[in-house]
Write a protein that binds this ligand. Sequence first.
Ligand code: ADP
Ligand code: MG
Length: 715
Amino acid sequence: MTTNLQTPIDYLKGVGPNRADLLRKELGIHTYQDLINLFPNRYLDRTQYFKINGLQSNNAEVQVVGKVIKFEEIAQKRGKRLVATFQDETGTMELVWFRGQKWIRDNLKLQTPYVIFGKTNSYNGRFSMPHPEMELQEEHEASLRSAMQPIYPSTEKLNNKGITNRMVNKIMQQLFVETKGRFIETLSPEILESEKLISKSEALFNIHFPKNQELLARAQYRLKFEELFYIQLQLILKNLIHKSKIKGLPFDKVGEYFNSFYKEHLPFELTNAQKRVLKEIRQDLGSKAQMNRLLQGDVGSGKTIVAFMAMLIALDSGFQACLIAPTEILSVQHYNGLLEWCNKLNISIKILTGSSKTSSRREIHESLENGELQILIGTHAVLEDKVKFKNLGLAIIDEQHRFGVEQRSKLWRKGPQSSPQSTENEASQNIIPPHILVMTATPIPRTLAMSVYGDLDISVIDELPPGRQAIKTVHRYDNNRLNVFGFIRDEIEKGRQIYIVYPLIQENETMDYKDLMDGYESVSRDFPQPKYQISIVHGKMKAADKDYEMQRFIKGETQIMVATTVIEVGVNVPNASVMIIESAERFGLSQLHQLRGRVGRGAEQSYCILMTSRKLSINSKTRLATMTRTNDGFDIAEVDLKLRGPGDIMGKQQSGVLNLRIADLIKDGDILKTARYCAKQLLDSDPTLSRPNNNAILFTYQQMSKYKNIWNYIS
Ligand code: ADP
Ligand code: MG
C-alpha cells in the first residue's frame, strides 16, 4: 500500500496545525502531494566551508564552522538584540538575533563547534549574520546525506516563524519515512524506456536528497520532462477534442474569387512559404472542423496577402469575413490595400473603427446583417456586440499579441446560427464559430509558442519576398546627430523617405510629448520648407488628422515622418528607407524590431539608426547589440525571452502555462520539444489513453484535473 498523497499536511509528524497553516498560506502546500512537489530552487555544496577572513560579498549565503565565544545584549530603539561573537581560526564575526533570544541563550553551547549557515551582512568591513541556521558540527556531519543540500523556496514570514530551510528538509525526510519513499509511477513503461528516464520514486528521492550530481541531474530531467509532458498532453488533447467536437463551417465551393484573383490579379509571385501556409489554411477550411490557426511571420514576410486569399475562400462559399487590427492606422492601411484588390474582384468591403461616423456605422450594421457586405476591416470596434454578421465564416486578427484571449472568444460568438434542425449542440448556443486565423509579426520563441499556443495549429512564413536587402542597422550616440542628419539629406536626395520615431511611454507622457515636439522643431529647422516637407503623427491627434498626415507620407508629399510608436505595427510605405529611433535604449527588443520592419519594404537598401545617450544599462547594450547583429525576428525573440522572461513577454493572462514548478522555458527548450513529441506520439497511437500500459498516464492526467485547477487556464 502506498500512502495517500492527498492526506492533509497537518497529519505529517512534526508539522502540526500551526506549521500546516503557515505552509498552506505561504507556499500553497495543502497535502503530502504538494509537499513532495516543493522542489528545491538550487543546491548548496555542503562540503564547502568559508573561513571568516575569506568572506567577501555582502548578502552571500555561506556556511562557516566555528565556536560561539560570548554573548552580549545590546539595547536598541525597540527591545534589544542578542549578539554572539563567533570565531574560527581565521577571525571573528557576529551572529545576531532580534527574536527568540531566550531560547538561543538557553540552548546554544559556548565553545563548541557549530556549522552555521545564512546570509552575511558586512558593516565597516566586519561581517555579521542575522538569524543563522545552526547545527552542532558533530550532528551536521552525522546527518550529511549528500554533498548537495537542497535550498527550498521560502518566504520571509516562514523564516521568521521558524520554518527554516532545515525544518523543511526535516519534514521532507519525515514524508519519505511515512511513504517509505514509494511513489506511484506517472509515466508509461514505453516512455520511461525510450527516454531513458529514472522512475518516479528515484527521481523524487534524488531531487530532495541527491545522492550525487549525476542522479540529481537525472532526477531533474525526469521531473522537468514530466511537467512539460502533461502540459503538452493537455494542449494537444484540447486541440483534438476541439477538432472532433466543434463543427466548422464547410468551405467546399470551387472558388471563383480565389481562382480569378490567383490567375488574373496576383500582384507578385507568392513565396514558397506563402504557398505552403495557404495550403495549410485551405486544408483547415475544407475540413469539417473549425480552424484555429496562428500564422507567424516576421515583419514584411507578406502575411496580408495570405490573409486576403483566405478571406476569398470564405467568400467563395458564400460567407463573410473580417479582419481586425490593433490600431486605426493599421486598419486604414489594410482597408486601402485590400480595397484595390476587392474592386478588381467586385467584392464589397468596408472599414469600421472607433471614429466611424454614426451614419456610416448604421449602414455597415445593416449591410452586415443582410449579407450585402462581404468583408469588414476594423479595430476593436468590430468586436462590439452591436456588430452582427449574417454569416461570418472567417475572422482574422492581425498582430495578435496586441489583443487578448477574450477578443478571440468574442469573435467566436459572432458566427452564424446553426440551422434549427441541427441537433448537435456542442458549440455554445447553436452558434457555429467562424474559422479563426490569428497573425503575429512578433515572433514568439518556439518554446513559448508551443506552451502558450500549444492548442492552436501553427503556420510559419519563414521566408521573405525575393529581392529584399537586409536592413543595415547601426547604433549612434546623440552627439553624432549632425552626421546622421547629413545622411538623411543624402537619402532624401535619392528620393527616399525617412521615419524618425520618438518613445511615448504612458507614465512619462508629458515629458515624452515635449521630446517629440522639440525633436520635430529641430528637424524642421534642419530640413526647412519648402525644400523639405515633414509629417508628424502621434497618439493625441484626431484620427482624421493622423490619417491625413499618413496619406501625405504614403503619397510621397512629405519626405520625413516624425512619429511616436503609433506607426510601430504594420505600416507599409515601401519607399521609406531610413528608420531613425530616438532614445532607442528605452524601447524593448520586439518594439525595436517592429519599428525597423517599417523600412526595407522596397527594393532599395534600407537603414535603421538607433540613437541613444551615452548612459546605457547592460540590458540596453544587449538589446542594441542584438539589433545591430541580426535581422532575424526569431533570433531576436530568443534574446528577448532571456532578457525579460516568459511572463513578461506573454503578459499576465497566460501566466498559468508559464507557472512551472521545475522546468524552465528558457533553458529547457529541448526537453519541451521531446515532451511534446512524446505526447503527440502517445495520442497518435492511443487517443483515448485506454491501453493498459497507459493507465498511469490516464490516471495522473485525471488526478491533475481533479485536484488542481491548473488546467483551468486553458478554457
Ligand atoms: P507583414 O507580414 O509584415 O504583414 P505585408 O503583408 O505588409 O507584411 O507585406 C510586406 C510587403 O511585401 C508588402 O508591400 C507586400 O505587398 C509585399 N509582398 C508580400 N508578398 C510578396 C511576394 N511574394 N513578393 C513580393 N512582394 C511581396
Ligand atoms: Mg502586417
